[in-house]
Design a protein. Structure first.
Length: 424
């Protein structure tokens, strides 16, 4: 939309509730990783009660002027008793220090997890005695209405929380249930079709934290929500529960294979050596299945696949094994591409291992293992490296690697004995 069409004043959301945020229609890339076809909005809100005004979230620093203009159109600074920051990322906290200066009677309410982050925003000494930490069960009194807080960490930072205005059924949800979609018509029943943006935002921002998404949904689903007021994108006043239900569906564990442990073996091979090692790993894993439990083993050649379906599979898998030759002292690009996509899903705690053939140095295996550990996967077994053509011993080691990983999944792995003499 042309800049001239942007509304300059605060927008009424519900009785005593105004949107006082900012539109950023020209943004095409957010946080480096997120593309946005038509910009975003930084949503901030003001809630008026009989005993004071609360400001909920602010905007990115370079949109401060607009934010303050909209705020001043509906409240005086000396009326502001409460400032709530549901999330301290700079796109929401850019105007916070200046707001605290302009509203000297206001107390800042944030989650306990925000404590350390505040030090990165300003010198806490400047606002000594004006910061309080709130969690689930706490509330802020505005006289005839209260704000209640829900501690909802990792949506998508540790500090994130939601704020509930029961009097009007408004949930201020920060990034949760938001999206990068700039449309000055502002409400979901008035803007263009933003379904793609909503799902894209979930996939890139919330999906890695889907267990936390489910925990947050447990907290907010019982609320009689009439309006969801997120930190970005359209305000959801028409059928808001549909969006909550969509998050529930997107974050649900897959029913496919429920109860069966799954192990994925990914490989790429220049001359067939790493491929045959992959087949030995898969066969070893298969051999561990028995009446005591089953491991479903899948083998994928990265040369023939697209990353996205693999990411979906990885999210559901219990163990991941990666095979790569070493070329020029490194694992090969398709393997790194897949490893880089692991940040899109929750892989923490999954079992993992690596293997591969090499010519003279063999760095690929330890490099993959290092990456897996840094992503907080568990790598309990040393990888297998084979120089040029794998020997029978190499294939046996691969078979054992697969078998041991599978036994770990089934809880039947032999506990490792540590020779204390090796520790000195
Ligand atoms: Fe919209 Fe995580 O900031």
């Amino acid at each position: 939309m042309p800049a001239a069409a942007l509304p300059e004043s605060a927008v009424s959301v519900a009785p005593g509730v105004h949107w006082i945020g900012a539109f950023d229609p020209d943004l095409r890339n957010f946080d480096i990783i997120l593309r946005t076809a038509n910009g975003t909005s930084y949503n901030a809100y003001a809630v008026r009660g009989s005993a004071g005004v609360a400001v909920i979230d602010t905007v990115k620093l370079n949109f401060s002027e607009t934010f303050f203009r909209r705020l001043e159109s509906i409240a005086d600074y000396d009326e502001i008793t409460t400032i709530v920051l549901n999330h301290l990322e700079p796109d929401h906290s850019g105007a916070l220090p200046e707001l605290l200066r302009r509203a000297p009677g206001a107390t800042l309410l944030v989650s306990p997890q925000a404590r350390l982050m505040l030090k990165g925003l300003f010198d806490p000494g400047e606002f000594e005695g004006r910061i309080a930490f709130v969690g689930t069960g706490d509330s802020a009194d505005l006289g005839d209405r209260q704000l209640e807080f829900f501690n909802t960490p990792y949506l998508h930072w540790p500090d994130t929380q939601c704020t509930w205005l029961a009097a009007e059924g408004v949930l201020f949800s920060a990034d949760f249930l938001g999206c990068h979609y700039c449309d000055t018509r502002l409400f979901n029943d008035a803007v263009g079709d933003f379904r793609f943006s909503f799902e894209y935002y979930y996939a890139h921002i919330m999906r890695p934290f889907r267990a936390h998404v489910r925990t947050a949904l447990d907290l907010i689903e019982p609320l009689p929500i009439r309006i969801i007021a997120p930190g970005h994108g359209p305000i959801l006043r028409q059928d808001p529960r549909d969006y909550v239900a969509r998050y529930r569906s997107l974050s649900a564990p897959s029913l496919h294979g429920a109860g069966t442990k799954t192990l994925l073996v990914f490989y790429i091979s220049a001359y067939g050596a790493t491929r045959r090692m992959a087949e030995a790993v898969a066969a070893g894993a298969e051999s561990a299945s028995s009446a005591a439990g089953e491991v479903r083993v899948s083998l994928y050649d990265l040369e023939g696949g697209h990353a996205q379906p693999f990411v979906d599979l990885i999210e559901e898998a219990d163990a991941l094994v990666f095979g790569s030759p070493t070329i020029n002292g490194d694992a090969v690009k398709p393997v790194w591409d897949l490893l880089s996509s692991l940040t899109m899903v929750d892989v923490k705690g999954k079992l993992a291992a690596a293997f591969g053939s090499y010519g003279w140095s063999g760095e690929a295996v330890p490099m993959i293992e290092d990456r897996l550990r840094r992503l907080k996967l568990r790598v309990p077994l040393p990888g297998v490296k084979a120089r040029l053509t794998p020997t029978a011993d190499d294939f046996s080691a691969c078979h054992d690697l697969g078998r041991q990983i599978a036994l770990h999944l089934l809880g039947r792995a032999t506990p490792r004995t540590i020779d204390m003499a090796n520790l000195v």
